[in-house]
Design a protein around this ligand. Structure first.
Ligand code: SF4
Length: 340
Protein backbone atom coordinates (compact mmCIF):
# COMPACT_ATOMS: atom_id res chain seq x y z
CA UNK A 1 0.00 0.00 0.00
CA UNK A 2 1.38 3.39 -0.89
CA UNK A 3 1.90 6.19 1.62
CA UNK A 4 -0.71 8.36 -0.12
CA UNK A 5 -3.37 5.70 0.48
CA UNK A 6 -2.81 6.35 4.18
CA UNK A 7 -3.64 10.05 3.88
CA UNK A 8 -7.38 10.20 3.45
CA UNK A 9 -7.93 13.56 5.20
CA UNK A 10 -11.18 12.48 6.84
CA UNK A 11 -12.76 15.02 9.19
CA UNK A 12 -12.38 12.49 11.99
CA UNK A 13 -8.92 11.03 12.39
CA UNK A 14 -10.22 8.41 14.83
CA UNK A 15 -13.62 6.73 15.01
CA UNK A 16 -14.33 4.07 17.59
CA UNK A 17 -17.67 2.23 17.50
CA UNK A 18 -19.05 0.01 20.26
CA UNK A 19 -15.56 -1.06 21.29
CA UNK A 20 -15.23 -3.98 23.69
CA UNK A 21 -12.14 -5.40 25.29
CA UNK A 22 -12.67 -8.29 27.66
CA UNK A 23 -9.80 -10.12 29.34
CA UNK A 24 -10.35 -13.77 30.37
CA UNK A 25 -9.96 -14.28 34.12
CA UNK A 26 -6.94 -16.46 34.85
CA UNK A 27 -7.95 -19.44 37.01
CA UNK A 28 -6.11 -22.53 38.16
CA UNK A 29 -6.44 -25.91 36.42
CA UNK A 30 -9.00 -27.37 38.86
CA UNK A 31 -11.23 -24.28 38.61
CA UNK A 32 -11.03 -24.47 34.81
CA UNK A 33 -12.32 -28.07 34.85
CA UNK A 34 -15.31 -27.29 37.08
CA UNK A 35 -16.09 -23.81 35.81
CA UNK A 36 -19.36 -23.67 33.87
CA UNK A 37 -18.06 -20.91 31.65
CA UNK A 38 -15.09 -18.61 31.35
CA UNK A 39 -15.32 -15.32 33.21
CA UNK A 40 -14.10 -12.05 31.76
CA UNK A 41 -12.90 -8.72 33.07
CA UNK A 42 -14.97 -6.32 30.99
CA UNK A 43 -12.33 -3.59 30.85
CA UNK A 44 -14.05 -1.82 27.94
CA UNK A 45 -17.68 -2.66 27.36
CA UNK A 46 -19.24 -0.80 24.46
CA UNK A 47 -17.50 2.54 23.98
CA UNK A 48 -17.94 4.87 20.99
CA UNK A 49 -16.25 8.21 20.26
CA UNK A 50 -14.70 10.25 17.46
CA UNK A 51 -11.68 12.55 17.43
CA UNK A 52 -11.56 15.38 14.92
CA UNK A 53 -8.25 16.00 13.20
CA UNK A 54 -6.23 18.47 15.29
CA UNK A 55 -8.36 18.05 18.43
CA UNK A 56 -7.53 16.75 21.89
CA UNK A 57 -9.96 14.20 23.30
CA UNK A 58 -9.43 13.49 26.98
CA UNK A 59 -10.61 10.24 28.52
CA UNK A 60 -10.89 10.56 32.28
CA UNK A 61 -11.98 8.34 35.12
CA UNK A 62 -10.80 6.49 38.17
CA UNK A 63 -8.32 3.63 38.04
CA UNK A 64 -10.18 0.64 36.56
CA UNK A 65 -12.46 2.73 34.36
CA UNK A 66 -10.88 1.29 31.18
CA UNK A 67 -9.30 4.47 29.85
CA UNK A 68 -5.79 3.09 29.28
CA UNK A 69 -7.15 -0.06 27.61
CA UNK A 70 -9.24 2.05 25.23
CA UNK A 71 -6.13 4.00 24.25
CA UNK A 72 -4.07 0.86 23.65
CA UNK A 73 -6.77 -0.81 21.55
CA UNK A 74 -7.39 2.38 19.57
CA UNK A 75 -3.83 2.50 18.29
CA UNK A 76 -3.53 -1.24 17.82
CA UNK A 77 -1.30 -2.08 20.79
CA UNK A 78 -4.03 -4.47 22.02
CA UNK A 79 -6.51 -6.50 19.98
CA UNK A 80 -10.15 -5.65 20.47
CA UNK A 81 -12.74 -8.21 21.54
CA UNK A 82 -15.49 -6.58 19.48
CA UNK A 83 -16.43 -3.30 17.83
CA UNK A 84 -14.77 -1.16 15.17
CA UNK A 85 -11.76 1.14 15.17
CA UNK A 86 -11.11 3.44 12.21
CA UNK A 87 -7.99 5.53 11.72
CA UNK A 88 -8.28 8.14 8.98
CA UNK A 89 -11.20 6.18 7.53
CA UNK A 90 -9.35 2.86 7.53
CA UNK A 91 -10.74 -0.09 9.46
CA UNK A 92 -7.73 -1.29 11.47
CA UNK A 93 -8.99 -4.86 11.60
CA UNK A 94 -9.11 -5.01 7.78
CA UNK A 95 -5.42 -4.11 7.40
CA UNK A 96 -2.72 -6.71 6.98
CA UNK A 97 0.36 -6.91 9.19
CA UNK A 98 2.58 -4.93 6.80
CA UNK A 99 0.00 -2.15 6.34
CA UNK A 100 -0.44 -1.93 10.10
CA UNK A 101 3.31 -1.69 10.55
CA UNK A 102 3.47 1.20 8.06
CA UNK A 103 0.50 2.88 9.71
CA UNK A 104 2.17 2.76 13.12
CA UNK A 105 4.43 5.59 11.97
CA UNK A 106 1.36 7.82 12.15
CA UNK A 107 0.28 6.68 15.64
CA UNK A 108 2.74 7.11 18.49
CA UNK A 109 2.58 6.86 22.27
CA UNK A 110 3.80 8.89 25.22
CA UNK A 111 3.69 6.58 28.23
CA UNK A 112 3.24 7.59 31.85
CA UNK A 113 6.61 6.40 33.15
CA UNK A 114 9.50 7.66 31.00
CA UNK A 115 12.07 5.68 32.99
CA UNK A 116 10.25 2.40 32.30
CA UNK A 117 9.71 3.21 28.63
CA UNK A 118 13.36 4.09 27.91
CA UNK A 119 16.05 1.41 27.58
CA UNK A 120 18.58 2.18 30.35
CA UNK A 121 21.44 0.97 28.14
CA UNK A 122 20.47 3.05 25.12
CA UNK A 123 21.70 6.64 24.80
CA UNK A 124 19.07 9.37 24.53
CA UNK A 125 20.03 10.07 20.93
CA UNK A 126 19.68 6.40 19.99
CA UNK A 127 16.29 6.27 21.70
CA UNK A 128 15.03 9.29 19.76
CA UNK A 129 16.33 7.86 16.45
CA UNK A 130 14.64 4.47 16.97
CA UNK A 131 11.50 5.31 14.98
CA UNK A 132 13.56 6.62 12.07
CA UNK A 133 15.55 3.39 11.93
CA UNK A 134 12.37 1.33 11.82
CA UNK A 135 10.36 3.44 9.37
CA UNK A 136 12.98 5.32 7.34
CA UNK A 137 16.08 3.08 7.13
CA UNK A 138 16.89 4.50 3.69
CA UNK A 139 17.73 7.91 5.17
CA UNK A 140 20.08 6.67 7.89
CA UNK A 141 22.72 9.30 7.06
CA UNK A 142 20.26 12.02 8.16
CA UNK A 143 18.94 10.37 11.34
CA UNK A 144 21.38 12.02 13.72
CA UNK A 145 20.63 15.54 12.44
CA UNK A 146 16.87 14.93 12.48
CA UNK A 147 17.07 13.61 16.07
CA UNK A 148 19.20 16.58 17.21
CA UNK A 149 16.68 18.99 15.70
CA UNK A 150 13.79 17.24 17.42
CA UNK A 151 15.62 17.21 20.77
CA UNK A 152 16.07 20.97 20.46
CA UNK A 153 12.36 21.39 19.71
CA UNK A 154 11.33 19.59 22.90
CA UNK A 155 13.68 21.72 25.01
CA UNK A 156 16.68 19.40 25.38
CA UNK A 157 19.14 22.14 24.62
CA UNK A 158 21.87 22.05 23.58
CA UNK A 159 20.87 18.73 22.00
CA UNK A 160 24.51 17.65 21.46
CA UNK A 161 24.99 17.78 25.25
CA UNK A 162 22.15 15.29 25.78
CA UNK A 163 22.60 13.07 22.71
CA UNK A 164 25.09 10.63 24.25
CA UNK A 165 23.75 10.71 27.80
CA UNK A 166 21.69 7.88 29.31
CA UNK A 167 18.25 8.00 30.99
CA UNK A 168 19.64 7.80 34.55
CA UNK A 169 21.81 10.87 33.95
CA UNK A 170 18.92 13.31 33.45
CA UNK A 171 15.88 14.46 35.45
CA UNK A 172 12.37 13.00 35.22
CA UNK A 173 11.09 16.03 33.31
CA UNK A 174 13.95 15.77 30.82
CA UNK A 175 13.27 12.05 30.39
CA UNK A 176 9.67 12.84 29.47
CA UNK A 177 10.97 15.33 26.89
CA UNK A 178 13.05 12.50 25.39
CA UNK A 179 9.94 10.31 25.22
CA UNK A 180 8.03 13.15 23.52
CA UNK A 181 10.87 13.61 21.00
CA UNK A 182 10.91 9.87 20.33
CA UNK A 183 7.14 9.91 19.70
CA UNK A 184 7.31 12.89 17.33
CA UNK A 185 10.33 11.81 15.32
CA UNK A 186 8.24 9.93 12.73
CA UNK A 187 5.92 12.95 12.26
CA UNK A 188 2.80 11.12 13.49
CA UNK A 189 -0.80 12.34 13.18
CA UNK A 190 -2.08 10.82 16.41
CA UNK A 191 -0.44 10.75 19.81
CA UNK A 192 -1.79 8.54 22.55
CA UNK A 193 -0.67 10.39 25.69
CA UNK A 194 -1.28 8.04 28.62
CA UNK A 195 -1.03 10.08 31.83
CA UNK A 196 2.01 11.84 30.28
CA UNK A 197 2.75 14.15 33.21
CA UNK A 198 1.61 12.01 36.13
CA UNK A 199 5.16 10.93 37.05
CA UNK A 200 6.72 14.38 36.61
CA UNK A 201 7.45 16.76 39.48
CA UNK A 202 4.62 19.20 40.13
CA UNK A 203 6.99 22.04 39.23
CA UNK A 204 7.47 20.83 35.64
CA UNK A 205 3.97 19.51 34.85
CA UNK A 206 2.70 22.82 33.48
CA UNK A 207 5.87 23.19 31.39
CA UNK A 208 5.36 19.74 29.85
CA UNK A 209 1.71 20.49 29.10
CA UNK A 210 2.70 23.80 27.50
CA UNK A 211 5.25 21.92 25.42
CA UNK A 212 2.63 19.41 24.28
CA UNK A 213 0.26 22.23 23.31
CA UNK A 214 3.00 24.05 21.41
CA UNK A 215 4.09 20.86 19.58
CA UNK A 216 0.47 20.05 18.73
CA UNK A 217 0.21 23.37 16.89
CA UNK A 218 3.58 23.06 15.21
CA UNK A 219 3.06 19.48 13.98
CA UNK A 220 -0.75 19.59 13.56
CA UNK A 221 -1.14 16.72 16.01
CA UNK A 222 -4.26 15.03 17.32
CA UNK A 223 -4.11 13.76 20.90
CA UNK A 224 -5.96 11.02 22.71
CA UNK A 225 -5.17 12.18 26.23
CA UNK A 226 -5.66 9.68 29.06
CA UNK A 227 -5.85 11.14 32.55
CA UNK A 228 -7.37 10.64 35.99
CA UNK A 229 -6.99 14.37 36.69
CA UNK A 230 -9.73 16.69 35.46
CA UNK A 231 -7.62 19.76 36.29
CA UNK A 232 -4.96 18.56 33.83
CA UNK A 233 -7.61 17.73 31.22
CA UNK A 234 -8.99 21.26 31.47
CA UNK A 235 -5.60 22.63 30.52
CA UNK A 236 -5.23 20.76 27.23
CA UNK A 237 -8.41 19.00 26.07
CA UNK A 238 -11.05 20.19 23.58
CA UNK A 239 -13.42 17.28 24.22
CA UNK A 240 -13.74 15.15 27.33
CA UNK A 241 -15.16 11.68 27.87
CA UNK A 242 -15.87 10.56 31.43
CA UNK A 243 -15.50 6.80 31.82
CA UNK A 244 -17.00 4.61 34.46
CA UNK A 245 -16.43 0.86 34.62
CA UNK A 246 -15.70 0.41 30.93
CA UNK A 247 -18.45 2.67 29.59
CA UNK A 248 -18.81 6.37 28.80
CA UNK A 249 -20.90 8.18 31.40
CA UNK A 250 -20.69 11.57 29.70
CA UNK A 251 -18.91 13.04 26.69
CA UNK A 252 -18.84 16.40 24.98
CA UNK A 253 -17.07 19.69 24.50
CA UNK A 254 -14.90 20.25 27.59
CA UNK A 255 -16.36 23.68 28.35
CA UNK A 256 -19.93 22.31 28.18
CA UNK A 257 -19.19 19.30 30.38
CA UNK A 258 -17.27 21.33 32.96
CA UNK A 259 -19.79 24.16 33.11
CA UNK A 260 -22.87 21.89 33.19
CA UNK A 261 -21.98 18.32 34.18
CA UNK A 262 -25.10 16.21 33.70
CA UNK A 263 -23.94 12.87 35.12
CA UNK A 264 -23.62 12.48 38.89
CA UNK A 265 -20.23 10.78 38.44
CA UNK A 266 -18.87 13.72 36.44
CA UNK A 267 -20.25 16.07 39.08
CA UNK A 268 -18.43 14.12 41.78
CA UNK A 269 -15.13 14.06 39.88
CA UNK A 270 -15.32 17.79 39.22
CA UNK A 271 -16.19 18.45 42.86
CA UNK A 272 -12.99 16.64 43.82
CA UNK A 273 -10.78 18.96 41.74
CA UNK A 274 -8.83 21.16 44.16
CA UNK A 275 -9.62 24.88 43.98
CA UNK A 276 -7.22 27.60 45.11
CA UNK A 277 -9.90 29.40 47.17
CA UNK A 278 -9.96 28.02 50.79
CA UNK A 279 -13.39 29.61 51.36
CA UNK A 280 -15.09 27.76 48.49
CA UNK A 281 -17.31 25.03 49.89
CA UNK A 282 -18.00 21.69 48.26
CA UNK A 283 -21.72 21.17 47.76
CA UNK A 284 -21.85 18.00 45.66
CA UNK A 285 -22.00 14.58 47.27
CA UNK A 286 -18.96 12.41 46.61
CA UNK A 287 -19.55 8.83 45.36
CA UNK A 288 -19.62 6.21 48.09
CA UNK A 289 -17.26 3.25 48.10
CA UNK A 290 -14.98 1.81 45.44
CA UNK A 291 -15.42 1.18 41.72
CA UNK A 292 -17.21 -2.25 41.47
CA UNK A 293 -15.77 -5.49 40.12
CA UNK A 294 -15.63 -5.32 36.29
CA UNK A 295 -16.14 -9.11 36.09
CA UNK A 296 -19.67 -8.73 37.43
CA UNK A 297 -20.67 -5.08 36.80
CA UNK A 298 -23.81 -3.91 38.64
CA UNK A 299 -27.15 -4.34 36.89
CA UNK A 300 -28.83 -1.34 35.30
CA UNK A 301 -26.73 1.80 35.66
CA UNK A 302 -23.24 0.70 36.65
CA UNK A 303 -22.91 3.73 38.88
CA UNK A 304 -26.08 3.05 40.90
CA UNK A 305 -24.44 1.47 44.01
CA UNK A 306 -22.47 4.71 44.50
CA UNK A 307 -24.89 7.27 43.14
CA UNK A 308 -26.52 9.64 45.66
CA UNK A 309 -29.45 10.19 43.26
CA UNK A 310 -30.20 6.51 42.42
CA UNK A 311 -33.87 5.48 42.18
CA UNK A 312 -35.45 2.08 41.63
CA UNK A 313 -35.18 2.15 37.84
CA UNK A 314 -31.42 2.75 38.09
CA UNK A 315 -30.70 -0.81 39.23
CA UNK A 316 -33.03 -2.29 36.60
CA UNK A 317 -32.44 -0.45 33.33
CA UNK A 318 -29.10 0.53 31.88
CA UNK A 319 -29.21 4.17 30.75
CA UNK A 320 -28.00 4.72 27.18
CA UNK A 321 -25.93 7.69 26.06
CA UNK A 322 -28.34 10.43 24.94
CA UNK A 323 -27.49 13.74 23.29
CA UNK A 324 -29.14 16.35 25.54
CA UNK A 325 -27.37 19.34 24.02
CA UNK A 326 -25.44 19.60 20.74
CA UNK A 327 -22.48 17.21 21.05
CA UNK A 328 -23.09 16.67 24.79
CA UNK A 329 -24.11 13.06 25.54
CA UNK A 330 -25.00 11.63 28.93
CA UNK A 331 -25.89 8.13 30.18
CA UNK A 332 -28.21 8.88 33.11
CA UNK A 333 -31.97 8.34 33.43
CA UNK A 334 -32.34 11.65 35.27
CA UNK A 335 -29.83 13.85 33.45
CA UNK A 336 -32.57 16.35 32.54
CA UNK A 337 -33.03 17.10 36.26
CA UNK A 338 -29.51 18.51 36.37
CA UNK A 339 -30.22 20.93 33.53
CA UNK A 340 -32.69 22.94 35.67
FE1 SF4 B 1 -27.38 7.85 39.24
FE2 SF4 B 1 -29.52 6.64 38.25
FE3 SF4 B 1 -28.28 8.50 36.82
FE4 SF4 B 1 -27.15 6.14 37.23
S1 SF4 B 1 -29.02 6.53 36.08
S2 SF4 B 1 -26.17 8.10 37.39
S3 SF4 B 1 -27.80 5.67 39.30
S4 SF4 B 1 -29.36 8.80 38.78
Amino acid sequence: MSETTFNNQNEYLVEVKDLKKWFPVQTNFIDQIFAKQLEYVRAVDGVSFKIRRGEVLGLAGESGSGKTTIGRVTIGLEEKTDGEVYFDGMDLSALGREDLRKLRRRMQVIFQDPLASLNPRMSLGEAVMQGLKIHYPETSDQHRDIALEMMEKVGLTPARFYFNKFPHQISGGQRQRVVIARALITKPDLILADEPIAMADVSVRALLLDLMIQLKKEFNLTYLFITHDLATAKYICDQIGILYLGRIAEIGDLRDVYSLPLHPYTQALLAAVPVPDPHERRTKLMPRGEIPNPIHPPSGCRFHPRCPYAKEICSQEEPQLRELMPGHQVACHFAEDFMK
